[in-house]
Design a protein around this ligand. Structure first.
Ligand code: ADP
Length: 398
């Protein structure tokens, strides 16, 4: 790293979503957040709790608060600003220092992520305006999955759709899958490049990734984050012919189907609740739909676990992360139950004593000792990973 950059230790991470902006100021040498926060419901003017009519106002407020609190006194203190960008298409295998070409390529990817990339881009443009001497870096959710082999990323559809329209599996949550894989390698004291890992990111969105020798070789989300596991309100894998059936018989529009599959499906579609805590509570009270939703959620995870076991041949570790993966002990046990033949076990007392040990460590091992597969719980930290990747990106350049 050049001398001028050496004295800068702060990275501002910005995650601009369609109606929210999350930010985190990271001290890069300590690998710790100095402060973080979020502004939600941007543009929802009827909600009186928000005063932000648009992203520009919200970001300006964040920047002015950071300056006011003296956490950033001037822009010279910032090593860089790292931006989460959801879709990098096939343009980006790595993070990229933002320039006109990078912006052009992110813009060209908008068609693949119409809800996310425009907001990400807006965040970049506003931050560039506000901090015009600071290097800005884009870190892509899709980048980690660019190592998928062709047989895993192609859909069995006319090849021209891929060649002309970019129709393929891209995968998402890459920043999280990579972060927890690195943490698992550290915990197991082995280089990541020698490890095969199955990582499960189970949050509101959910995806599972097969990692071979440190590289993503398959992942459950597809061209969009709708494919794969059952999620809070997204359907995951379904028969594509269902669209035609509903259009023809019920005269549903494409928009209605798209909305239903994204917002009214998954756990919510089956039992009316999308928060796993609420689903569990309902199921415990005897609600049959909530029990069905849980059974489906777990069954689908197990199907993918089996499939990715077959993909990898040998598995060193399974990692649970995301709000559900990190906190729902029962779910972890249920997902791994009856998988002893594959070398997967969950030790009840380790799994349930989790909270205590967990607060002292990044990684909780819940499998029996000396089992073939280490089952780990690792708290994800996408903001930190974006900061680390952004800083590393500058290192490569200098
Ligand atoms: P996002 O994908 O939006 O980042 P999170 O990773 O924070 O979301 O995960 C949110 C999910 O985590 C919610 O479904 C919530 O119910 C679940 N969750 C959080 N804490 C618990 C818990 N103790 N038990 C079960 N589920 C939990």
């Amino acid at each position: 790293m050049n001398v001028a950059l050496k004295n800068k230790h702060k990275v501002l991470v910005i995650n601009a979503g369609s109606s929210s902006i999350k930010y985190s100021l990271i001290e890069i040498t300590q690998q710790d957040a100095i402060t973080s926060g979020s502004i939600e419901n941007i543009g929802e003017t009827e909600n009186s709790s928000t005063n932000f009519a648009n992203h520009e106002q919200a970001l300006q407020y964040i920047f002015s608060e950071l300056k006011k609190s003296a956490l950033i006194n001037n822009e010279n203190e910032l090593l860089c600003i790292g931006h989460r960008v959801v879709h990098g298409g096939e343009y980006f295998q790595q993070p990229a220092i933002i320039n006109a070409e990078v912006i052009k390529n992110i813009r060209e990817t908008i068609m693949l992520a119409p809800l996310h990339n425009p907001a990400n881009l807006l965040g970049i443009e506003l931050a560039m305006k506000q901090f015009n001497t600071v290097v800005q870096v884009a870190v892509f959710d899709t980048a980690f999955h660019q190592t998928l082999p062709a047989h895993a990323y192609h859909y069995a559809v006319p090849k021209a759709w891929y060649e002309q329209h970019g129709v393929r599996r891209y995968g998402f949550h890459g920043t999280s899958h990579f972060y927890v894989a690195k943490k698992a390698a550290k915990y197991l004291r082995k280089p990541l490049k020698n490890l095969n890992i199955i990582s499960l990111h189970l949050g509101n969105g959910a995806s599972i990734t097969a990692i071979e020798k440190g590289k993503s070789v398959d992942t459950s989300m597809g061209m969009t984050p709708l494919e794969g596991l059952m999620m809070g309100s997204r359907c995951g894998d379904i028969d594509p012919a269902l669209h035609f059936y509903l259009t023809k018989t019920q005269k549903l529009s494409l928009f209605e189907i798209e909305t239903a599959l994204n917002k009214h499906s998954g756990l919510k579609g089956i039992c009316g609740e999308n928060d796993m805590r609420a689903v569990r509570k309902l199921a415990e009270s005897g609600d049959k739909n909530a029990q069905l939703a849980l059974d489906m959620y777990i069954y689908r995870i197990k199907k993918y676990l089996g499939a990715y076991f077959a993909t990898l041949g040998h598995v060193d570790a399974i990692v649970f992360t995301g709000g559900i993966g990190e906190n729902d002990t029962k779910l972890r046990e249920q997902c791994c139950c009856n998988l002893g033949a594959l070398g997967i076990t969950v030790n009840d007392s380790k799994n349930n004593s989790g909270e205590l040990n967990y607060s002292n460590s990044d990684c909780l091992e819940i499998s029996d000792k000396n089992k073939a597969v280490a089952v780990l719980v690792i708290k994800t930290n996408e903001e930190l990973e974006i900061a680390l990747q952004s800083a590393a990106c500058l290192d490569h350049e200098n």
